[in-house]
Design a protein around this ligand. Structure first.
Ligand SMILES: [Zn+2]
Length: 306
């Protein structure tokens, strides 16, 4: 144990909950606190966050504070507008925290970039110099590491793979484009596709239910998940070719459904990549940090700013 170990505070802002914790340079998480964000007012969220920040910052004496937030965000202006927290519209979180005067630095990254950063430093992508991190959940986000360094990009959104187009003149996407990967491969969109094809949904019809149907041999569920995995595979291999890399770390709720998702994903990535001569063997790895990736990646925005 050394006194010189730097410990930062990570704030992970998601559509259903906000997590705040102390995270040291080795990725150890302590004093984790969580509170609901869904349906909460901006005043309530900010009031709770302030209490946790003051308590966590006190023993750390002007720590670095990193934020990883659901998007859209603007890291240079320091605001966040998470789609699933309507009360937070262009909330100037960086300035608000700076104004508390408890932190040495306050940095903001997007949540998928924070995920990628965490998995690269301490998770499945440890020791891999070049990789793509992808979160497959309600939406599909991502991040890029090249030459061992996180690459947030000009506006802090590099790796935003969900709204890259794989079908020219495909269905309209809420983002305004057509034929985006997210239309095929996000959890809710796979569920909607299955329902359109006559899948008899049990209970509330979540992706969890769809995966269970597929496990029991439901032909429609299997076909829709296969199609979603194939769309994602095409998108991954597009990025592999673009960046001349061969490794991706995949996390998010959909990725936790096991073989029913991973088998077709690996098969399709192998098939797509084999046609791009220079990619060679691909490595598609399940995320290793679980729920902690969010606060760890958030803290890394301050500990190891890109
Ligand atoms: Zn889109």
């Amino acid at each position: 144990m050394s006194d010189s170990t730097t410990t930062a505070i990570g704030i992970d802002i998601g559509g259903t909950k906000i997590a705040v914790a102390a995270v040291d340079e080795s990725g150890n998480v302590s004093d984790l606190r969580q509170f609901a964000s869904q349906g909460e007012s901006a005043e309530s969220i900010w009031a709770q966050l302030q209490v946790h920040l003051h308590e966590l910052a006190k023993p750390l004496r002007r720590p670095r504070i990193g934020i990883g937030s659901a998007g859209p965000i603007d890291p240079s202006a320091g605001w966040i507008s998470p789609v699933n927290i309507p009360s937070l519209r262009r909330f100037p979180i960086v300035d608000e925290i700076r104004n508390l005067d408890i932190a040495e630095v306050v940095n903001l990254h997007g949540d998928a970039i924070a995920f990628t950063h965490a998995e690269h430093r301490f998770g499945a992508g440890r020791g891999v110099n070049d990789l793509l991190g992808v979160v497959v959940s309600t939406g599909i986000g991502g991040g890029v590491v090249l030459n061992g360094r996180l690459l947030p990009g000009r506006t802090g959104n590099a790796g935003y793979i969900g709204h890259t187009v794989i079908v020219k003149d495909g269905d309209s996407c809420p983002c305004g484009r057509r034929g985006c990967i997210e239309l095929f491969s996000s959890g809710p969109n796979m569920v909607n596709q299955a329902l359109r094809q006559g899948w008899q949904s049990p209970a509330n019809g979540s992706f969890h239910d769809l995966a269970e149907s597929a496990r029991q041999g439901d032909v429609t569920a299997l076909a829709v998940i296969d199609d979603g995995a194939r769309a994602l595979a095409i998108g991954l291999v597009n990025q592999f070719a673009m960046l001349d890399i061969s490794t991706a770390v995949i996390g998010g709720g959909v990725s936790f459904s096991g073989a029913v998702f991973w088998d077709p994903l690996l098969r399709h990535v192998g098939s797509e990549a084999s046609r791009v001569g220079f990619i060679g063997e691909t490595s598609i790895l399940p995320a290793a940090l679980g729920a902690h990736a969010g606060v760890i990646g958030a803290a890394l925005a301050a500990l190891d700013p890109a």
